[in-house]
Design a protein around this ligand. Structure first.
Ligand SMILES: NC(=O)c1ccc[n+]([C@@H]2O[C@H](COP(=O)([O-])OP(=O)(O)OC[C@H]3O[C@@H](n4cnc5c(N)ncnc54)[C@H](OP(=O)(O)O)[C@@H]3O)[C@@H](O)[C@H]2O)c1
Length: 299
């Protein structure tokens, strides 16, 4: 399968590249510096040159606080560029795989996992712009997978957010800092390796459409942090707190767990967040073990 990957050195992009290449796919991987999705003519030329069967679009403007201040940019990257990609893919006969977010929900109280058919109600500019992207894709191509994902962490760390949650928690604990984490936001943290593998399997079903794709299970950020320290064998000064303890101009969903019932209906599954985290920590340890030791040059 010939694949064009956009946002290749991002957190998810890095694992998509590894997973698809390891499975034998020909991957043309482009970073932001090599192709800006907002430049529609360039996108059309690149797709015309590469002639991919599948385009994986991980690009996004997803710093949620920044999106509130710069809604035009949020809509440019997350909605208009997604629409252009859909049009270009439709013309080229390529399948577009686009990543959306659990933040399309949150505007009304909910306590069971959201289905794809549940009414979206984004609470912030980021969520609205991503939802607009979903609609613009669906109305411009019939060969698409829109995958709503949630709480990503992967070895590359999110370039858009500066690291990932697991790394930030480990860093604080190892520095001996007290760690306060919200216990009233419930979600599903998701390992990008598991996500990349499941996305590839889903593409192979040929069953286009909108899917929820995050790890199985649910937890609060506090519960996730407690599990991080437990698995890493770290004694940390961890306490739970409420969202209101960290005043923010951005509203975030109190509950944004995504149901995988539709994924199961097409015969697929994804591991739980409890299963994924130890594997992430293992990957991280292997990376550190194989990192080249710094060489001290003496005269
Ligand atoms: N991270 C999460 O927890 C989370 C949760 C829900 C949904 N998502 C969605 O999942 C996807 C992947 O997230 P991620 O964590 O892998 O983010 P990431 O690490 O920030 O990756 C995004 C990639 O897109 C690139 N990019 C940004 N603007 C671009 C543009 N205009 N043209 C071309 N490339 C551009 C970035 O490059 P530069 O860094 O060089 O700009 C980066 O390589 C995004 O669509 C995001 O909305 C993420």
């Amino acid at each position: 399968m010939k694949v064009l990957l956009i946002g290749a050195n991002g957190q998810l992009g890095s694992d998509l590249k590894k997973v698809f290449a390891a499975a034998g796919d020909g991957v043309v991987a482009l970073t932001h510096a090599e192709m800006d999705v907002r430049v529609s003519d360039r996108v059309a030329v690149v797709v015309g040159d590469v002639q991919p069967q599948v385009v994986l679009n991980t690009s996004a403007f997803h710093k949620v606080e920044e999106c509130e201040k710069r809604p035009e940019l949020a809509f440019e990257v997350n909605a208009s560029a997604a629409m252009n990609l859909a049009q270009v893919c439709q013309k080229a006969g390529a399948t577009l795989v686009h990543f959306s977010t659990d933040y399309v929900f949150g505007g009304y109280a909910h306590h069971t996992p959201f289905e794809e058919t549940d009414r979206p109600a984004p609470q912030n500019v980021y969520g609205v712009s991503k939802l607009a992207g979903e609609y613009l894709i669906a109305s411009n191509t019939d060969r698409y997978f829109v995958l709503r994902v949630c709480g990503l962490y992967g070895i590359a760390g999110s370039s858009g957010k500066g690291g990932n949650f697991v790394e930030n928690m480990l860093k604080k604990a190892l520095a001996g800092e007290p760690v306060r984490v919200v216990e009233d936001q419930v979600l599903t943290p998701t390992y990008t390796v598991d996500l990349a593998k499941a996305a590839r399997q889903l593409i192979h079903t040929g069953k286009f459409g909108l899917y929820h794709l995050s790890s199985e299970g649910e937890c609060s950020w506090y519960e996730f942090t407690r599990y991080i320290f437990e698995c890493a064998g770290i004694k940390a000064n961890l306490t739970g707190c409420k969202t209101g303890d960290f005043p923010s101009p951005v509203k975030r969903p109190a509950y944004s767990v995504l149901s995988k019932a539709k994924l199961r209906r097409v015969g697929l599954s994804i591991p739980s967040w409890q299963d994924a985290l130890p594997r992430y920590l293992q990957e991280r340890a292997q990376r550190d073990a194989t990192a080249a030791p710094s060489v001290k040059v003496t005269a």
